[in-house]
Ligand binder design. Structure first.
Ligand code: BMP
Length: 267
């Protein structure tokens, strides 16, 4: 059976990553496969959006380095909202360096990402040492705190340089070797990027009006990404955060992504 035909409940049993298991279960029980990309630059604005949309999302995705007034208090508040509304935190850092450097970038510096982000993203460009490097930073995370990574194997940007060989090798890094318990899923645009049902397909570039932006972003509808492209979680940024009523927009995207998933597994 193809992975896209299986329910999130079933797939949680197959996941090798503890965070992926948790996320599959959270999606199934909360009935949402919406990831909100909170790409705004003021801490209070992120908290406001997170509070309004929190009940309808499984993941909140941040780009922490765009926040102009970052503080540890902001992280404390964000974690409180994640707990109250039951969603996980994904820092979209797209690590892409040698193991030693990503280890420092993940655990140290101003943001100490490994202390608070349940999940992060990473490019596979450096090869599988990216996984070892990230894992090396986790010594300072308290026991029991589970962490995971989404590996990029395709991008939504027009003209991106990823080809079939890169995609295939990214899939191998995610599914073979000793560090695969750290891989929660794959960031990609199509269902043929990987086959293993224990991984979660995270797909950005989702908007109700299929369109492009001025800087190379390409959008597809919630129905298309879930039913035709294999997305398990749809990532929505400007489709929600630029809406007049962000809460209403989050509900609309949640409903459409979730209905598409239900129809996909019922087929
Ligand atoms: P928006 O819906 O506003 O276009 O935002 C999409 C988000 O997903 C951005 O935060 C971007 O960094 C991220 N993203 C993407 O758009 N395409 C990719 O291939 C990978 C991403 O992480």
């Amino acid at each position: 059976l193809q992975r896209t035909r299986l329910t999130y409940e079933n797939r949680s049993n197959l996941a090798k990553s503890a965070v992926a298991k948790r996320l599959f279960q959270l999606m199934a029980s909360k009935q949402t496969n919406l990831c909100l990309s909170a790409d705004v630059t003021k801490a209070d604005d992120i908290l406001d959006i997170a509070d309004k949309c929190g009940p309808y999302i499984c993941l909140l995705k941040t780009h922490i380095d765009i926040v102009e007034d970052f503080s540890e208090g902001f992280i404390t508040n964000l974690q409180a909202l994640a707990k109250r509304h039951n969603f996980l935190l994904l820092e979209d850092r797209k690590f892409a360096d040698i193991g030693n450097t990503v280890s420092l970038q993940y655990g140290k510096g101003l943001y100490k990402i490994s202390n608070w982000a349940d999940l992060v993203t990473a490019h596979t460009l450096p090869g599988r040492s990216i996984l070892q490097g990230l894992k090396a930073a986790l010594g300072n995370v308290e026991a029991g705190q589970e962490r995971g990574v989404f590996l990029l194997s395709e991008m939504s940007a027009s003209g991106n340089l990823i080809d079939d060989k890169y995609k295939e090798n990214s899939n191998k890094i995610a599914t073979e070797g000793g560090d695969i318990d750290f891989v929660a899923g794959i960031v990609c645009q199509s269902s043929n990027a990987f086959a293993f049902p224990g991984l979660i397909q995270l797909t950005p570039g989702v908007k109700i009006d299929e369109s492009v932006d001025k800087l190379g972003q390409q959008y597809q509808t919630p129905e298309l990404v879930v039913k035709e492209r294999g997305a398990d979680i749809g990532v929505v940024g400007r489709g929600i955060i630029q809406a007049n009523d962000v809460q209403k927009a989050a509900i609309t995207y949640r409903d459409r992504l979730w209905t598409a998933y239900k129809e996909r597994v019922a087929k």
